[in-house]
Design a protein around this ligand. Structure first.
Ligand SMILES: NC(=O)C1=CN([C@@H]2O[C@H](COP(=O)(O)OP(=O)(O)OC[C@H]3O[C@@H](n4cnc5c(N)ncnc54)[C@H](O)[C@@H]3O)[C@@H](O)[C@H]2O)C=CC1
Ligand SMILES: O=C(CO)COP(=O)(O)O
Length: 335
């Protein structure tokens, strides 16, 4: 039986562990809190996140990264993006020479604006055949309850993508391979920022026309950034682009969208943070997205609006007015 390590015992690490076990893998989760780890192994439940959802018997947990990594074919990383560099620096010498690192994260590193696979390669020195990403419309509460969904497994190495597809595909989780690692990652990162924007609009009391406009123009600015960086534009109409954007912007289960709703209703950043306790990647990553856009001369007006509201304390109503009164232009693909 194939061994998979999953770093992170939060919502997505737990849901992916269920997927991997149901797909026939032996799964070892790595967490930090002893009592949570013990409960996952003994009670087969991660009650903090998914009470009543039974984890398969082939899932166990440890606080010891070396134990989880021993013999692991794939190590999935599901921790907050801003903690990846420090954690991986501590773990890298424990990784077997054949293990492939798989990012499940949807954030950019603040300060460097690097994607997670870039951070992984920089910290470990691994070649591209040892790094991959999984991303798609995968709200963890639905996946943990085994509702059907699909996702993209991307690696620059075709053999790795196929092996990862085989390992990750299961009865209710259908995986598609891709080679456009950058596009798949950018889709997952920027959809969180657009999810915040849609949430803000919702919190301000606007309806579906406003939200559809933000989703569509949000996808346009995502694709514009991707094209400038060298990603495949078609990736953004796939599961890791449009698919994830729709799931996030439509669902009350999305933390990014919910966070936006609080801001739209007039809560401050701190008040919204107190309401949404789990990782909300868009809050930090939106600044890094803009940095990347600036570096490449790409206009991202919705992301700019989100940064202004989230980080500069600008009023949502004032920012919306600015967004609506930008210079008029033609709607063309890639613009
Ligand atoms: N929840 C979801 O539906 C999905 C989440 N993701 C991505 O997965 C990543 C993780 O998100 P979630 O599991 O939802 O977040 P979460 O907040 O539920 O869990 C985060 C986990 O990381 C751990 N953690 C926090 N700080 C840490 C640190 N400094 N060092 C080591 N571990 C630390 C926490 O203890 C927790 O186990 C994010 O990048 C998110 O965008 C991707 C797809 C779906
Ligand atoms: O990435 C996700 C769904 O694909 C989860 O979105 P949130 O992080 O906004 O909850």
């Amino acid at each position: 039986m194939r061994r998979c390590a999953v770093f992170g015992t939060g919502m997505w690490g737990t849901a992916m562990s269920i997927v991997l076990a149901d797909a026939g893998n032996d799964v070892v989760m790595v967490g930090r809190r002893q009592e949570q780890i013990a409960a996952i192994t003994a009670d087969h439940e991660n009650a903090e996140y998914f009470p009543g959802v039974r984890l398969p018997d082939t899932v166990r947990a440890t606080t010891d990264p070396a134990e989880a990594l021993a013999g692991a074919e794939f190590a999935y990383l599901s921790i907050p993006a801003q903690t990846l560099r420090a954690n991986l620096t501590a773990w890298k010498d424990l990784i077997d020479p054949d293990t492939v690192l798989v990012s499940l994260m949807k954030g950019l590193e603040v300060g460097t604006a690097k994607r997670m696979t870039e951070v992984i390669r920089e910290v470990t020195g691994f070649g591209r055949e040892r790094v991959a990403v999984v991303s798609g419309p995968n709200l963890s509460p639905e996946i943990a309850r085994r509702q059907p969904a699909a996702s993209v497994v991307a690696s620059r190495d075709e053999d790795v993508a196929l092996r990862l597809q085989a390992a990750t595909n299961g009865p209710y989780f259908r995986t598609y391979t891709a080679s456009d690692v950058m596009g798949v990652e950018l889709g997952g990162v920027v959809k969180n920022v657009i999810g915040l924007a849609v949430g803000i609009a919702d919190g301000m009391g606007f309806g579906d026309n406003t939200k559809a406009t933000l989703i569509t123009r949000g996808l346009a600015e995502t694709a514009r950034l991707g094209a400038a960086l060298g990603a495949d534009p078609y990736t953004f109409s796939g599961l890791a682009g449009l698919g994830d954007l729709v799931a996030t912007c439509a669902s009350p289960l999305s933390r990014n969208r919910s966070f936006g709703v609080h801001l739209g209703r007039g809560l401050t950043l701190e008040q919204a943070q107190a309401e949404v306790k789990q990782t909300v990647e868009g809050v930090k990553s939106c600044e890094a997205v803009l940095e990347l856009a600036d570096r490449h001369g790409v206009e991202m007006p919705i992301s700019e609006t989100v940064v202004a509201i989230v980080h500069d304390g600008r009023a949502p109503a004032e920012m919306l007015k600015e967004l609506m009164t930008r210079p008029l232009k033609a709607e063309r693909h890639g613009h």
